[in-house]
Design a protein around this ligand. Sequence first.
Ligand code: ZN
Length: 636
Amino acid sequence: MKNYKKLAFLFLLTTFPAFAQGYKPLAGLNIMLDPGHGGADPGAVGRLGLKESDTNLRVARYLRMLLEHDGANVTLTRETPDKTTSLAQRVAMSNKAMPDLFISIHHNASLNPNPTNHSEIYYKSVDSGVSKYVGEHLNNGLYDAKYAGDSVIIPAGFYVLRNNNAPAILTEGSYISIPDSEKQLRSGKGLTKEAEILWRSIRKAYEKGAFKIDLYAGPEEKLVMDSPYFNILFTANKAVKTVNARVDNVKLGNLGVKSIMAYPMTYSLYNTHPLRSGEYEISISAESVDGIPAPCKKVNLVVALPIKKVEMAPVAPYIPMGFKGRFPIDIKIFDEQNHINTRSALAKLSYGKKVSEILTDASGITTAFIELEGTETKEVKVKLSVEGSNEVEVNVPIVMPIQRFVLGKLSGFNNSPLAGAKIKHNDKTIARTNENGFFYFAYPLTTNEFTIDVQPRFGHNNLVHTIKTYGEPVILPLLNAEPIAPALYNKKLAVMAKEQLNDMSRNLIKPLVYAGAKVTRLSMPPTMEHPEYQAVLEANLIKDLNFVISLKTENIKNIQIRHYHSSKNGKKLADAVKATFNESYPDIAVKSCAGSDYELGHTGATAIVIAIPAQPDEKTREALINHLSQALKSNN
Ligand SMILES: [Zn+2]
């Protein structure tokens, strides 16, 4: 009907005056919209049968129209209802395109039969710049429009946010599991309204224009320096108010920034605290004078400080006459700041007529070897120079052993060398393993059986080894220590607990550290309204975190061990703790179940919550902690 069409056009004109004027406030902005779920995964399904995946796609499609009309460049991670797209695929698309903004669109469901409808905006918690800024606008938009009642904004670590390099937000517009809300979404009225609110909020966030910075990192996109101080040149499209830099997720202090007077909007960022040698990824974030954050930019920096000093020492004080094979020499390198050198360097080792080139360890301490024929006499002259440093020389004497000569190596988990282990005989420390697991000691030739007690620093069981000889003067034992808990060795674990539970968390952490785990105690500032947000943010700054253990007291009757509803590993660990505890304490009730605790779903780690009845019962707590650490150790 003609009249109807005319009416619709008039309506558009009055509602969206911007279209009529051809004003493009979002011109140049790249936005990726991610309709959650799809294909084999319908997401939440309402009681009347509405699929979340379809609703998400409809909102995204309409939102795309609105944003494109404003001049934005919009891409969708999924265009059709039937396409199954994994979370990893979505993130890969974003990390490849690096949009100015990534928005994942979802609708909520609750296990609670009578939830109160509301909106939730989640932003990538490690980005308090654009992700938070735009997230706040979306939250305010939904709240002001009373779209689903209340609206809350939550820092988050969902997969598509946590692994996204672009500023990223996830919206849960309303609850599809609430029939009234489902009806709204099904009618089209709700989702139209939702898309328009999101659009208006994005528009508002960018009404003063987007703020962007560009780094100049040289033609190789990498800064290589032989000084501990860097200068990073960047340009901005607005005047800069503040600049922050992080290195490997640690905030860099002592930064200076200055504008280069002759060139408008050109700045130089520099550090005033020296850096050690190594490779760094520096993330730079900035805010403009009109209060707009810029998307964070990264630059790779290589600091290669000149080598100043080299030290060299043979692992044993002499070479036994006739020794054939590889004889270890320790090399220690210092940089011009007199620090142990922390990058690998090319070293030249020469002895007799042989020359070998070695790439030294980034730890700064390397065990190099000289190859001996067994025919050498008197001494072996060893010379070393590293990257043109002054040559150092040691003469290792060759002597007929007057004592039993023991040169050994200790390895542990996965055959990795164990440093710093004590070698004891009759309770006296007679040697310690070096950085690469080598050790030396001597004992009288008249002794035919010599027992040593090997005590690794942590993560491995002690071992007792008896050297039996039949007259041979040189012994080269290769020892292997058993890891205390292979499932935990070198694994990264984070523990969160309020201050009241300090004793309990200490009791948990101690055996785990002893078993070789790397444990971080997350902070839960008592003054914060949501201390768990801070704790999880810290957890998300730990690279490749394996486990999160949250301890809390609650007004409950029985102990509860909770996991994320969709985490198989979380459920397995929770069940294991319950099982080992039940075995020893069949009369104490423990429940293992899915939970909605914030910390369960926002890290990539296997997470469990241990909730204990508030009434203190020290014995039960202690036993629970014991069994928790047992379960972690035998987890696989
Ligand atoms: Zn969803």
